[in-house]
Design a protein around this ligand. Sequence first.
Ligand code: DUC
Ligand code: ZN
Ligand code: ZN
Length: 484
Amino acid sequence: MTEFDLTIRGATVVAGGDVVACDIGIHDGRIQALAEHLPAGRRDIDGRGRLVLPGGVDGHCHFDQPTMDGSRMADDFLTGTRSAAFGGTTTVIPFACQMKGRGLRAAVDDYHLRAAGKAVIDYAFHLIVSDPTPEVLANELPALIDEGYTSFKIYTTYDDLKLDDRQILDVLSVARDHGAMVMVHAENADCIAWLTERLEGQGKTAPGYHAASRPAVVEREATHRVIAFSELVDVPILIVHVSGADAMRQIRWGQDRGLRIYAETCPQYLFLTADNLAAPGFEGAKCICSPPPRDAGNQQAIWDGLAGGVFQIFSSDHAPFRYADPQGKQVHGEKAAFRYVPNGIPGVETRLPLLFSGGVREGRISLPQFVELTATNPAKMYGLYPRKGTIAVGADADLALWDPQVEVVISNDKLHHAVDYTPYEGITVHGWPMTVISRGEVVCDGGELLAQPGQGRFLRCGLPRPAMPKSARPLFDGDLGRLF
Ligand code: DUC
Ligand code: ZN
Ligand code: ZN
């Protein structure tokens, strides 16, 4: 038998939906053996007292994404992946964003340049399709899917990004034909614009009114609409950053109807509420994100949906803007109306500890559910499984060794992103990843970064199995009867 490069001994391991005591033998960056007792490796790590989980897969985060309003994201591929790694994540999937009037290929090329030589963990790209021209639909998108960019996000809101219904149907149809996964940001743009104008007319421009401009009904309507489109085109969709009970009910309705509707939620919908947006002065801007956090009842609904299977994945939607910065939340000044504040909050490092503590430690979800939501399912949804997201022979040795007991009070000065605040300041969590391993190399250990920038590799994604349409037949095969 080949000598292991690394053996982790005596740990409690979550593998294949079970919690087992075993050793892990690693060779050439991959898991080569799982057994009760394995021979010593060239290096051994004592795993006693540690919980070994697959490294997290954060299927929704934004690093160094170009913006249109003069703002700038604080995290690039170095600080973003560093922060992810310290929080137990070993794969990230940020977005190559098409600018209206430009091609998708240009967005991908530019994003590779931004990533080059920086990442400390592995990364893939989603695409954002904001301008589905005939050329994009017929040529660019199919070619990119073929090259390993097999998931894309579309928006029903934000002027720079939103698609109209006809465009959404066109994009869904390409996804169906080529086997890609479509992520949807579902909020009704016209309702938001209408409400925003009225609020501004009443002088209600403080950050707290951001929540009033995007109430649950706005998310519910768009969620139901895209579920209907998914049924019409017969293609699965994944609704991202679901904020509460209203949208969840639409999703459950679609799922009960037998449609392949998947859903993601994020820490902000469990640990923040609209009250955080209404903090004194401009402070609430720190929590401006869309959809906005709701209230305690909706937080509970999200917990229930995580435990009960409405949600398949739990991502950060890390969108990092510094607070006290003319290129951050204050790009239009420290008294700007809420509509001019960049949307997004940081969370790539705190995603896993918050869910581990609030979910597993508090008994709301099981440990295997935690692993599914944060690693296995995102890997499956985005065509990275079984290479990523699981502890199995042959998988990449991407592992997080957790101390499940340690108590940590979250504070920004302990985090590794480049943002000057965390919305979770002062929250106490139990459990934190102490050692993080990427393809067999220790990336972080005891608070120290051991990886070199550029060590992370770009991943081409396969076609995700969950993106397969219900019917294997082409949508229009000369027989329109199926549609009616
Ligand atoms: N909403 C998004 O859709 N993306 C980034 C951040 C946010 O709040
Ligand atoms: Zn979004
Ligand atoms: Zn996002």
